[in-house]
Ligand binder design. Structure first.
Ligand code: NAD
Ligand code: DAU
Length: 405
């Protein structure tokens, strides 16, 4: 069978400009791409996809390894010759400049962020620091490096991953006499919607939480670097992701773990809020497509055409966990506990991603039923991963491992 790594390693194929350092041969890769936040949930799927799909690219995973970063998410690619992990903080501007030069970076896919809304309500400063100042530090480092090259910005790309939460919240509305969710062609052929409005790329930014305010600010900085300096930037705004390797502070993995251990399920308010769910590998595929084929200075919305009220998705998760654990389906619904609502809780998110569909041909590949089945199964089969993450053991391990680097 064709093995691209064998070719990469094969001496006769080392390109003319291979570099020799300390007796090791370092490949001259076709592209050198920094992926920030690659040890997190979505980042790890993006890193895995790029490392496997593009053996001719050098993928540098730059991550601070906060509580949300976990190198166990990337065990299967850590020994690949085109993968490098660097522990660094995006806010460390000198380090960002050093890395740009050291790895001769020509592409940045920026996912590193503080990502949990509830944490942002308790500690907004950390969100402003990482999401705004960190993004600015990365932008400025890329700018200085790329402008120092003879070819300047040619062939370069700074791709910023953002969220639909920057658009604020939509209302739950339904046509007279029709129950929600109703089928509408307003955003796709098969959208079951909880309202008539959707987030399109030209929707005004109206963030509500400190998290979404910090993401909105970082989006503005990215666009400003295009408009002011001509940096080739792209921004995408995606809806709620679900799938393997998500930190269990977020709804789906938290609830799967709690159901397994018969712990209460804290539903905020009445559980009436609506989110648009996308399987994480479909987001990673969209990122790959847009990184390569998206228009510079453009924005693309990415969504699942898949709206759910929290309480309904929770019931689907309960049934799936129960079935896979051999319990009577729905038996664990007694764990549902309504708790005080999240402050400023956004009512509904719903992405219209027809632009991405029309221009680049992207569509979600997985039906939700299949995605949720796969996700629940993955968490139930990876209790060791869950135990590590929830016990904090992995943090101690990485601190010891990296403190002297
Ligand atoms: P995550 O919290 O799982 O991972 C974030 C990663 O960033 C972690 O590995 C963490 O260690 C790293 N990080 C944090 N601060 C850092 C710093 N200062 N320097 C370097 N690394 C740092 O997040 P996620 O859910 O995978 O989200 C990734 C990106 O996608 C974020 O920018 C988020 O805003 C965006 N996004 C997420 C979703 C979603 O549903 N999860 C949806 C749309 C957009
Ligand atoms: O829309 C994209 C965003 O989706 C991303 O930008 C964020 O990084 C990501 O965390 C996610 O934000 P949400 O706040 O929508 O996700 P979360 O999993 O925290 O919550 C989903 C919904 O479930 C939300 O309406 C709040 C509710 N919820 C959440 C938790 C953790 C509960 O009812 N109980 C809970 O314990």
């Amino acid at each position: 069978m064709y093995d691209p790594y064998l070719l990469v390693k094969c001496f006769s194929l080392i390109p003319k400009k291979a570099i020799f350092a300390e007796n090791n041969i370092i490949m001259e890769f076709k592209r050198n791409i920094i992926i920030t936040g690659g040890a997190g949930f979505i980042g790890s799927h993006v890193v895995r996809l790029f490392v496997n799909k593009y053996p001719e690219y050098h993928i540098i995973n730059l991550d601070k390894l906060t509580y949300a970063g976990n190198l166990a998410n990337l065990k299967d690619v850590e020994d690949k010759p085109n993968y490098t992990f660097v522990r660094a903080d995006i806010c460390d501007f000198d380090k960002m400049c050093e890395l740009m030069t050291q790895y001769r970076v020509d592409g940045v896919i920026h996912l590193a962020a503080e990502s949990h809304v509830d944490r942002s309500i308790k500690d907004p400063f950390t969100f402003a620091q990482t999401n705004v100042m960190g993004t600015l530090s990365l932008l400025q480092a890329a700018k200085l490096y790329w402008e120092s090259l003879p070819e300047g910005y040619e062939g370069k790309r700074f791709y910023h991953i953002s969220t639909d939460e920057v658009y604020g919240a939509l209302k739950l509305t339904n046509p007279e006499g029709v129950e929600s969710p109703f089928t509408t062609k307003a955003s796709s052929d098969h959208h079951h919607a909880y309202g008539k409005d959707f987030f399109t790329e030209d929707k005004k930014y109206q963030p509500h939480s400190p998290y979404s305010a910090s993401k909105a600010s970082s989006d503005h900085f990215v666009r400003a670097f295009h408009d002011t300096y001509g940096m080739p930037t792209i921004v995408t705004n995606c809806s709620n992701n679900y799938g393997p390797y998500q930190f269990p502070e977020k709804l789906i993995p938290l609830f799967i773990n709690n159901i397994r251990h018969r712990k209460p399920l804290p539903v905020y308010g009445k559980g009436e809020n609506v989110r648009d769910w996308l399987y994480v590998e479909d987001h990673a595929r969209a990122i790959d497509l847009i990184f390569h084929k998206g228009n510079v200075a453009d924005t693309y919305n990415i969504g699942g055409f898949n709206e759910w009220k929290n309480i309904d998705i929770i019931k689907v998760v309960i049934k799936t966990v129960d079935r896979l654990l051999g319990r009577p389906e729905g038996a664990d619904e007694d764990l549902i506990t309504h708790v005080t609502d999240r402050l400023g809780h956004d009512a509904r998110y719903a992405i219209d991603s027809r632009k991405l569909q029309k221009e680049l041909g992207w569509e979600p590949s997985l039906q939700f039923e299949e995605g949720i089945e796969r996700t629940v199964k993955w968490y139930l089969d990876h209790q060791d991963w869950m135990d590590n993450v929830t016990s904090g053991d992995y943090m101690k391990y990485y601190d010891d491992m990296y403190k002297n680097r």
